[in-house]
Design a protein around this ligand. Sequence first.
Ligand code: NAP
Length: 295
Amino acid sequence: MPATLIDGKASAARLRGKIAAYAAELKSRHGLVPGLATVLVGSDPASEVYVRNKGKTAEALGFKSVHVGLPAETSQETLHAKVRELNRDRSVHGILVQLPLPKHLDENPMLDILDPAKDVDALTPINAGLLLSGRAHLVSCTPAGTMLLLKEYVGDISGKEALVIGRSLLFGKPAAQLLLAANATVTMAHSRSRDLPALARRADILVAAIGKPEFVKADWIKPGAAVIDVGINRVSAGEGKTRLVGDVDYEAAKEVAGAITPVPGGVGAMTIVCLMHNTLIAACAQNGLPLPTAL
Ligand code: NAP
């Protein structure tokens, strides 16, 4: 039997509706408008699209959206001065500095000065540490979206075997912490892991965040497993055209898995909405209001 399609688009649309309603209530009851600032250094076309979409989504939800575009040759000091200015701006509750930065800039010192209360990508060491301690309210967006999809499509994951392939700060590490917090038995795999297919075959929940097109094969998947494909890879579709594929060989995998996310329309659809959710949470936290953590 083919797998259930995990419809990230539909889940994202529902969450978006709840966020818009919550934001409208914040405005009418407390005069509070959540504010999101995006910072882009340089003019990488893909980053420009991401940042523009974030701004548009924020505005559509009734948030204030600020965009700061800096030239590619911006110095580390100028970037820090801009981040400090946004840290001080009380109408900005979330700051997102689009990564990667141009090669001459270092993201770590920038993350060291970014106010953790406004770190809606949850990349600062403070927010990473809070996640480890089980005390975070700002959680990295794609892992947060993954957990929402698992909650909706799998339910209780307590005691289940979960494999996360990829150990990035942005996805793999926070995703593993969240799965652990939900009482899964978590294995993390990476480029040095031995016998990945054997590790994968044990997994009730298989999460792939590798960045290699269709790398995970159907015969690695335990029949009935939930498969979350985080990868976004652009490949040739012939005749000069391209298409997006994930890290999982979707067409074959969906015949084995119990549930699976498509690419596009799976986890990716959740990411931007979870960013807005984080901005809403940050706005409430900075104004001493109850946190909308269970939307
Ligand atoms: P990343 O920083 O690109 O790192 C890739 C990870 O995959 C590393 O941990 C690497 O291991 C591991 N890896 C590479 N080759 C491997 C192999 N042959 N076997 C096992 N593991 C291997 O990761 P990322 O930033 O998390 O991105 C991963 C993918 O997810 C990309 O396609 C990215 O575009 C996508 N993504 C999507 C969203 C979204 O919104 N949907 C968000 C974030 C990322 P080592 O650590 O050993 O090098």
